[in-house]
Design a protein around this ligand. Structure first.
Ligand code: BTN
Length: 249
């Protein structure tokens, strides 16, 4: 069971802002309900288990009880709404850096996945609610078995050790806030950090944009945080896409 007292010992500023639950439908939904009843920046909701955990594009996020770090953090960013999606990249950088400090080698699979050895280990889901942004993060911490066909892994499978979830969350809070605050004038630093660990860069990929299938070379992320898809020297900027995958030659 998650040790809330240990988290608060490590991050005292979360006192009164940290909400723990054994089971929730989705921590992002609970965070939204808290915002509507007055909660603000710095609120964190953590669940051992979610019955309706979700990812981008209506995908489900499934993780066995107690084996993941499933939480949502509320921010009130000084950022135009049209740029809120940048926070997914910023949170991804924070997550990648913290996991790397724990001895892993992560990549960011644009726009919101953390990969280790070509498999998904964590995901970020950014949603708006009133004047707040909810950054939902799911990390596979000690998951050992994944359903067949899932290209997924966990911290435990990749490193062989059980990282303490309290330590991981405590280590993540400040970096998420710090990288999140760079999404306006200093967004270039976020983009640079993404490009330094950008999965599939230089490889042929396929993706779906508004139901249309596109392919080309993944040429990294541009100054606006868009994926650059290159074909015959021409670069197309992709603001949103699904089903991004490597094209095997
Ligand atoms: C993705 O892979 O597309 C993003 C996954 C995000 C999952 C987390 S778990 C905590 C929070 N609550 C949710 O329902 N989703 C996010």
């Amino acid at each position: 069971m998650f040790n809330s007292a240990e988290l608060l010992r490590r991050v005292p500023m979360l006192e009164g802002k940290f909400h723990y639950a054994q089971v929730l439908e989705s921590s992002n939904d609970t965070a939204a309900a808290l915002i509507r009843s007055g909660a603000g920046s710095g609120t964190i909701v953590l669940a051992e288990e979610q019955t309706k955990g979700r990812g981008r594009g209506g995908n489900q996020w499934v993780c066995p009880s107690g084996q993941g770090l499933l939480f949502s953090i509320v921010l009130e960013p000084d950022l135009d709404r049209s740029h809120w999606s940048r926070l997914a990249l910023a949170a991804g950088v924070a997550l990648a850096e913290v996991l790397d400090k724990a001895g892993l080698t992560t990549e960011i699979k644009w726009p919101n996945d953390i990969w280790i050895n070509g498999k998904k280990c964590a995901g970020v889901l950014v949603e708006g609610c009133e004047d707040c942004v909810i950054i939902g993060i799911g990390v596979n911490v000690s998951v050992s078995d994944f359903p067949i066909g899932f290209n997924a892994t966990s911290v435990w499978k990749e490193s062989g050790y059980q990282i303490e979830r309290e330590v991981l969350l405590a280590d993540l809070v400040q970096p998420i806030i710090a990288w999140g605050s760079r999404c306006d004038a200093d967004f270039e630093s976020v983009v640079d950090a993404v490009n330094r660990r950008c999965a599939m860069r230089g490889e042929m990929i396929q993706l779906r944009q508004n139901g249309v299938s596109l392919s080309g070379i993944m040429a990294g992320v541009n100054k606006d945080g868009y994926l650059m898809l290159e074909n015959d020297g021409k670069v197309q900027m992709i603001a949103q896409a699904d089903e991004i995958r490597l094209l095997k030659s």
